[in-house]
Design a binder for this molecule. Structure first.
Ligand code: PLP
Length: 409
């Protein structure tokens, strides 16, 4: 595959590249949109055509699991935006993460992962890798010295995430790269919450960036997709395993990803703005106990966030005053925000981790993880900020006011 210019060298801005990068100006039937090459296999016109491909390296697709032109365009566009040499797209973010991890380790190896990583990534490292004799040390997110100490001679990489779920902790990429360089291990960052609009980890010297494109990049809560981005040498290895693992993105799904990407910078900019406004509104509301947003001065990682990110992202986490019952009343009072997991889409979603992702945890365990009875995660969409604030305000008023009514006759 042709090598691409990195974002830094590119003369066009991110907004322009998210529409045009990876695309040829002359397309099938002179259509303006990317063709959906809905095929499982590709044909050769004859033996010389085969040999041009097998012996002379002519670009030719062979079979859907090994590559598809629609997917190639998405890979080029994503690589361009992230400033990567190359990219592989997958059928989901988790497919990208697991295939990437497996391509970098063998039995007897060891990895380091921070404890604040995506739940399923942690589960994969903790439970599944162990079955294959690969050790994983889970270290506290904030303890850079512990990360340094956790590295063994057989450690292959450090995996982290920034910002994280649900507290939006920010991992210091400069510190991470320094530790990794000292020990000559690779660094992997799940950058799903920030996207290339808000943070570009490769520019800090991170080796591989992972994206759940399901979230902001596709942006419409209608598809699952994932990607890994980095140097050609690393991506070649991952692509080779991808051909065996087979978590291939469907061409039509890939078209939806490409379409979503055209508007992704303007969506994220809007989400950054609205999320900050909502965070400030919540911080000033008497029914709210605490707000977590990286671009609020009250956030514990505000300084690092400001340094390594250009926007705070579209997720706002907050705790209201009251009990689990207050939380239920708040959820039930909302009229605009949908109740549901995920983030990054055009519709605003609110989730209550204690009732959803952690419903099966004993309360004490859940509290130890910081998942309190009144904690909410709001994934801001692109609706009007005033409408969203009005919905949250009426929800807060209803949930806190009802407490004052006498319950006993
Ligand atoms: C959603 C998500 C994933 C998993 O992506 P899928 O596309 O759902 O497989 C991984 N990491 C983070 C941070 C996510 O938010």
């Amino acid at each position: 595959m042709a090598k691409h210019t990195t974002g830094k060298q590119n003369k066009y801005s991110l907004a322009t590249r998210s529409i045009h990068a990876g695309e040829s100006r002359k397309k099938y039937a002179d259509a303006i949109t990317t063709p959906i090459v809905q095929t499982a296999t590709f044909t050769f016109s004859g033996s010389s055509d085969i040999e041009e491909y097998t012996k002379k390296g002519k670009e030719h697709f062979e079979y859907g699991r090994y590559g598809n032109p629609t997917a190639t365009i998405a890979e080029r566009r994503l690589a361009d935006l992230e400033g990567a040499q190359d990219c592989v797209v997958f059928s989901s973010g988790m497919s990208a993460i697991t295939t990437t991890i497996l391509s970098l380790v063998k039995s007897g190896d060891h990895i380091v992962i921070t404890d604040d990583s995506y739940k399923k990534t942690l589960e994969f490292c903790r439970s599944y890798l162990q079955r294959f004799g690969i050790g994983a040390t889970i270290v506290s997110f904030d303890d850079y010295e512990a990360i340094d100490r956790a590295i063994q001679p057989n450690t292959r990489f450090i995996f982290s995430e920034s910002p994280t779920n649900p507290y939006l902790n920010i991992f210091d990429l400069v510190k991470l790269v320094a530790i990794a360089k000292k020990h000559k291990v690779l660094t992997l960052i799940d950058s799903t919450f920030s996207t290339p609009v808000n943070q570009r980890p490769l520019e800090f010297g991170i080796d591989l960036v992972l994206q759940s494109c399901t979230k902001y990049l596709a942006g419409h809560n209608d598809i699952l997709a994932g990607a890994v981005l980095g140097s050609s040498a690393l991506i070649d290895k991952i692509r080779a395993l991808h051909k065996s693992m087979g978590g291939v993105i469907d061409p039509h799904c890939c078209y939806l990803l490409l379409r979503g990407m055209k508007t992704f910078p303007i969506r994220v900019e809007r989400q950054n703005e609205t999320a900050l406004r909502i965070a400030l509104f919540l911080e000033g509301h008497p029914a709210v106990k605490r707000v977590y947003y990286p671009f609020l001065e009250s956030h514990r990682h505000y300084a690092i966030a400001k340094e390594q990110m250009t926007g705070g992202g579209g997720v706002v986490t907050f705790e209201i005053k009251g009990t689990l019952e207050t939380s239920k009343r708040f959820l039930d009072a909302l009229k605009l925000c949908y109740i549901g997991p995920s983030l990054g889409g055009v519709e605003t979603l609110i989730t209550h981790p204690a009732l959803v992702s952690y419903y099966d945890y004993p309360r004490a365990e859940r509290l130890k993880l910081g998942i309190t009875d009144t904690l909410f995660r709001l994934a801001v969409g692109i609706e009007d900020a005033d409408d969203l604030i009005a919905d949250l305000r009426q929800g807060l008023e209803k949930s806190s006011a009802r407490k004052k009514r006498p319950l006993r006759r």
